[in-house]
Write a protein that binds this ligand. Structure first.
Ligand code: NDP
Length: 449
């Protein structure tokens, strides 16, 4: 479509060097023409362009002192992307690679993801180029306090509610929440992912990983398959990966691989509960690399670095859960050769555009992250509700809610596929159209603001 092409070109010119952001916007724009063809108002109202322009971007200096009393300077960010459906909502990333392009891509994706949950959630994303690795507890705490010292001005339970992402888990959310409370003198649900004893929700830590596997189950069901006995590959070893592995084990699948930034593990006998407990302790308590897993369990081999790919291992299902652009065209080729039947994204944008093109023309059933990893933000949305009500729902209730919400997200994708007569199993286009339509309509209804 000519209009869409020139809009994308303008966005590209306006955001030079922001490769990840342009990649995310292009991926959506390439799929939404069946919707835009329907009505002129999308272009008259300049919805594609407005959706790709953050409502507000805040960047700020974060100064703090390390344990040697040396002054450290980092850059903090919050991208407030879209508030058509509700207050800004999305995680914080603490990683040295964090920059505006990455956060804008994540915030843009979040717009679609949050609308798919059916909850009243706008979209945002933020963080800092801070590396929690190798820092002491006291250093992490001082950094979180310094980040919040500036960021609190822009946050609030009805304005902007951050959560975790890479490098930000329950520990960091605890320090951020403590700082927010101290500065504002308010105990309110301005962050989600809090500890269960001070306003957190049951199942929030598990929600993204568990939700991913529920979504995959729905996808498999649509082709009369189940997870039981399926051989699975999971990349990453963090929050999303650990709980994806846990749920896969519960469902009778065999997980034979996982990774971290040091390399990957191939465990030919598969991970069991004892091995998973070891992995969780290694990553969450000792905060060490996964090589130690191979030293402990004889059936496992560690592959250092990136010379060989985890995706070359023979398997039925693949779950990239580490970071953006971790899967390329060659990886998809290897999966096609191995007759992988399903790939569902735990991470955000783990497939680069060439990999998406390759998978969309293959027989692999492809679950895009904005649908398949929405379980985390969905339970975060319910954490917000619980905080406003001053209540805490049980784990069982949250488990049921998560299953229902993931099923609903699956249904939203399928409904779009049917309504716009898309290729069967084209979850990517289905999810993009559903999200774009819902957010775009709300924007039109609210006028030119
Ligand atoms: P964690 O920080 O808990 O774990 C990230 C994992 O990925 C770690 O094992 C890390 O290795 C690895 N990793 C990170 N960056 C790289 C890299 N550049 N190369 C190789 N490995 C890398 O993060 P989460 O599990 O929370 O997040 C993982 C993905 O899931 C991200 O894409 C995030 O945006 C997405 N996501 C997370 C949600 C959540 O609720 N947490 C919600 C929805 C999506 P190492 O341990 O060595 O650092």
């Amino acid at each position: 479509m000519k209009n869409l092409k020139s809009t994308l070109e303008n966005i590209r010119k306006k955001n030079p060097g922001e490769n990840e952001f342009i990649q995310a916007v292009s991926e959506v724009f390439e799929t939404i023409s069946p919707l835009l063809n329907d009505e002129d108002s999308w272009f008259e109202q300049r919805i594609p362009e407005r959706m790709a322009e953050p409502e507000r971007i805040i960047t700020f200096k974060v100064t703090w002192t390390n344990d040697k009393n040396q002054v450290q300077v980092n850059r903090g960010f919050r991208v407030q992307m879209n508030s058509a459906l509700g207050p800004y909502k999305g995680g914080l990333r603490f990683h040295p690679s964090t920059n505006l392009s990455i956060l804008k891509f994540l915030a843009f994706e979040q717009t679609f993801k949050n609308s798919l949950t059916g909850l009243p959630l706008g979209a945002g994303k933020g963080g800092a180029d801070f590396d929690p690795k190798g820092k002491s507890e006291a250093e992490v705490m001082r950094f979180c306090q310094a980040w919040m010292q500036e960021a609190h001005k822009y946050l609030g339970q009805f304005t902007d509610i951050p959560a975790g992402d890479i490098g930000v888990g329950e520990r960091e959310i605890g320090y951020l929440f403590g700082a927010y409370k101290k500065i504002t003198n308010r105990f309110e649900g301005t962050l989600t992912g809090k500890g269960i004893d001070y306003g957190g929700s049951h199942l929030r830590p598990e929600a993204t990983g568990y939700g991913l596997i529920h979504f995959a189950q729905n996808m498999l069901e649509s082709i009369n398959e189940i997870l039981d006995k399926k051989v699975c590959l999971v990349s990453g070893a963090g929050n999303v990966s650990q709980f994806a592995i846990e749920k896969l084990l519960e469902e009778g699948a065999k997980v034979v691989a996982f990774s971290d930034s040091s390399g990957f593990i191939h465990d030919k006998d598969g991970i069991d509960e004892e091995k998973l407990a070891f992995l969780k302790n290694l990553k969450n308590v000792k905060r060490e690399g996964i090589e130690l897993y191979a030293n402990k369990f004889k059936s496992a081999k560690f592959y250092k670095g990136k010379n060989k790919s985890l995706w070359e291992i023979d398997a039925d299902c693949a779950f990239p859960c580490a970071t953006q652009n971790e899967v390329d065209k060659e990886d998809v080729k290897a999966m096609v050769k191995n007759k992988v039947m399903l790939l569902a994204e735990g991470a955000n944008m783990p497939l680069n555009q060439e990999a998406i093109d390759a998978i969309q023309t293959s027989k692999i059933l492809y679950g895009p992250g904005k649908a398949s990893n929405a379980g985390g933000v969905a339970i975060s949305g319910l954490e917000m509700t619980q905080n406003r009500m001053g209540r805490q729902w049980s784990k069982l209730e949250m488990e049921q809610e998560l299953r229902i919400m993931m099923r609903n997200i699956h249904t939203h994708c399928i409904d779009s596929i049917r309504q716009y007569e898309l290729k069967e199993g084209d979850y990517l286009t289905g999810a993009n159209i559903y999200g774009f339509k819902k957010v775009g309509k709300a924007m039109i209804a609210q006028g030119i603001v």
